[in-house]
Design a protein. Sequence first.
Length: 428
Amino acid sequence: MNRPAIQLPEPPVRMVHLGLGAFHRAHQLWYTQHASDAEAWGVAAFTMRSPAAAEVLEPQEGLFTLIERGPETDSFEVIWPLVEVGDGSSAAGLERLVELIAAPETAIVSLTVTEAGYAPDAPALRALRRGLEARFAAGAGPLAVMPCDNLSGNGQLARKAVTTGVEAGFADWLERSVSFVSTSVDRITPRTTAAELADVEAATGWFDAAPVVCEPYRSWILEGDFPAGRPQWESVGARFVTELAPWEQRKLWMLNGAHTLLANAGRLRGHSTVAQAVADPELLAAVRDFWVEAAAHLPEDVEAESYGEDLLARFGNARIEHLLAQIAQDSVAKLRVRALPLWRAERAAGRSGRGALRLVEAWVEALLAGLRSPDAEDAALDAALQSADPRQELLRVLDGELADALTDSPSVDSSTSTAHIESVKDPS
């Protein structure tokens, strides 16, 4: 599969992306390809932790097949805006990444590096800062930084990570020349399996080593300026708003929060996919309880109730094999943004926040049951699990305030905090 053979465009690089994962390829690249001015906007994307994605995409000239998996049938489309790939974890790849961020033609730097990737010393943020420093030194002009991870206020988090501790002249330039766009992104993108490689070859006649599977649904809401221009994403349904927070919070709590609950509680009940877990009446009730709490803190115009019903239909698409073990990765970072803010809001309203606590309970019980998933805080989790009181120490790793509240509060204490999950663990 190559561009000349199937007569595909090769647009100039105008965007640089950090984090060459499946979601970026299913979401931002789809919107870019379908924008009305797509042929002006090529993307160079770099892996930040493992070279694997770059190694399979480079021989394919960045081309790959997007499989939209509906409840009954699949559709197949070759995605072409990705015109350069690289390994940002290597010295040569990092040098090229910095060079492209500094290039005057680059208008946007986007990121999908997961919640754990926004610490100031994380590899992606260090690379972004180096690239912006090079752009400042080159006098290359303004651009936009656009995070696309599931974090509330992701643009401002990126701004803080990039600007903390920089020298005055560079700080002034960042303030004048770099915008930080906040986004809310939504498209379920499960891990691709060997079966999808065979499906693509059978349907299209070519072998694709890097296809991506996704649901038909997609949503993208953005807040912020693009001082050097952007693709016309609104021509295919992206929404630009002046106040992103309510939409962002709806998605973060209702979709991502439910995913985290199902990922941990579902595995305790022997389920392996989202569709299996949401079909479990006990887990469905827990999700709905969590959504009732979330809806109490969302404005009416985001239509939380109808969004929840749409989510249940999406979750129930059994042809999307969204693995719970995949979703459970980095649960500490996810719980800190998906469960704890809602728990605090419920507590401030004089309620217990039991729905939000169920996400925490499921995570604790999964760890105690030996259901480990990769996590940025593995060392701290290991120490907690080996302590005299692992349940309490796990809560303390997650959040000291929460651990103290579950110990000290008569309405939310450690003796009752796992009662729900104990019942969930018993399918009978």
